[in-house]
Design a protein around this ligand. Structure first.
Ligand SMILES: *Cc1c(COP(=O)(O)O)cnc(C)c1O
Length: 417
């Protein structure tokens, strides 16, 4: 039988009615623990002789269903859920690197990730070497014997640059370093990480996967493309020896890091994300088509100094984005209005569009990144991440596009005066 396509897997994988009294919507196992009839059967589960649930920090059936579904959508080797996107990124780094190691990261990163890397990881003795992902030829210069991973966003948030992933994966393969990508902005609907040679993909499930701004979550998928038995990391090689190369990373990630740092996903949030995934394909189509229309609208407005959207033919990332993301360009765009004061005036006139810190919501959202997400960053970090004082980031929702545009027309009228 032909494997199900994306839209079908998004609805049907992870659902096991036979295990849940016939329930076709995954039940929420809102329990911390699971009881056993006998001490012997509990020992068997603890020692991995038989399968069972013990405690929801270790595993939970609702969370497992979500892991199964995201893994199917990425065609991966296995997935692990985390409490948030940031928990997912931390867990991946802690699985692959330790004190004295180095990681190579794009300079064009989400603010939370930058702060994690520059403050927390730095303090733990993991050194970050930044690269411009759009000049892949310069990456090799930063690689050393201590490099344990390369970290890139599929679309830089909010620089909205689109790195050539095949080229970067080529370098990571040549040096045998796992490529870790943050696919939050593209979701598996726009880009399947394994097809581009990534070893691991991370999603902030808070965003498009939840879809309705209803809960925090993170997901990690091992694409199955990296041979952990041949890794430079002693921990991974040892785990490969014990559990097989295919399971090594997932084992360390889940059993050592997520479980013991307590960064597990809550069952109720897993349920919200399972529901979100069911409509991901429909929503992504609408997000992307609305964003393109809105970018084209802003392009024609004299009050808008510049518009950044990879789907505009004028964007230097148009060609690579078109190829990598199957003719879709995401829901994020940025505009520059000439000054921070004009940005604030613009935001304060909006009625429909919400001024808040999130993206990938059904609702259209706007934020002034320099004074919010990046307020703890230096001027240089902001410039590298493509953050300017006169820039606004818009996450285009799935409302009627004319209603979205009308709200922005009202805001623009406030600038003309
Ligand atoms: C939001 C976001 C994160 C962090 O995810 P949380 O769920 O907020 O912890 C990481 N990467 C990108 C690209 C994001 O947009």
């Amino acid at each position: 039988m032909k494997e199900w396509d994306f839209e079908t897997k998004a609805i049907h994988t992870g659902v096991h009615p036979e295990l849940h009294l016939g329930a076709t919507s995954v039940p929420i196992y809102q329990t911390s623990s699971f009881a056993y009839d006998t001490a012997e059967s509990m020992e068997d589960v603890f020692s991995n002789k038989s399968f069972g649930y013990i405690y929801s920090r270790i595993s939970n059936p609702t969370v497992n269903a979500l892991e199964e579904r995201i893994n199917a959508l990425e065609s991966g080797a296995g997935a692990v859920a985390a409490a948030s996107g940031m928990a997912a990124i931390s867990a991946v780094v802690f699985s692959l690197a330790e004190s004295g190691d180095e990681i190579i990261a794009s300079e064009s990163l989400f603010g939370g990730t930058l702060i994690l890397f520059n403050s927390v990881l730095n303090r733990l003795g993991i050194k970050i070497r930044y690269i411009n992902p759009n000049t892949p030829d310069t990456i090799a210069d930063k690689i050393s014997k201590k490099t344990k991973l390369i970290f890139i966003e599929t679309i830089g948030n909010p620089r909205l640059d689109v790195p050539d992933l095949k080229k970067i994966a080529g370098i990571s393969t040549q040096y045998n370093i796992p490529l870790v990508i943050d696919g939050t902005l593209t979701t598996p609907y726009m880009l399947k990480a394994g097809d581009y040679g990534a070893a691991v993909v991370i999603h902030s499930a808070t965003k498009f996967i939840s879809g309705y701004g209803s809960g925090i979550g993170g997901l990690i998928v091992d694409t199955g493309k990296y041979n952990w038995a041949g890794s430079d990391s002693n921990v991974l090689r040892e785990a490969a020896g014990k559990y097989g190369s295919k399971n090594a990373f997932l084992y360390i990630l889940h059993k050592q890091i997520i479980q013991n740092t307590g960064s597990c996903l809550a069952p109720f949030n897993a349920f919200l994300q399972l529901q979100g995934l069911e409509t991901l394909s429909l929503r992504m189509e609408k997000h992307c088509s609305n964003a393109l229309k809105l970018a084209e609208f802003f392009k024609k407005q004299p009050e808008v100094a510049s518009v950044n959207y990879p789907g505009l033919k004028s964007s230097k990332y148009f060609t690579i984005a078109e190829k990598q993301f199957k003719d879709k360009f995401g829901s994020l765009l940025t505009i520059r209005l000439g000054s921070k004061e004009r940005c604030y005036r613009f935001v304060n006139r909006l009625k429909l569009v919400k001024n808040l810190a999130n993206l990938g919501d059904a609702k259209t959202l706007i934020i002034h990144p320099a004074s919010t997400i990046y307020h703890d960053c230096t001027e240089e970090e902001m410039l590298n991440a493509g953050v300017y004082q006169d820039m606004l980031r818009i996450s285009v929702g799935i409302e009627n596009i004319q209603d979205i545009i009308s709200d922005f027309i009202l805001a623009l009228e406030g600038l003309a005066k």
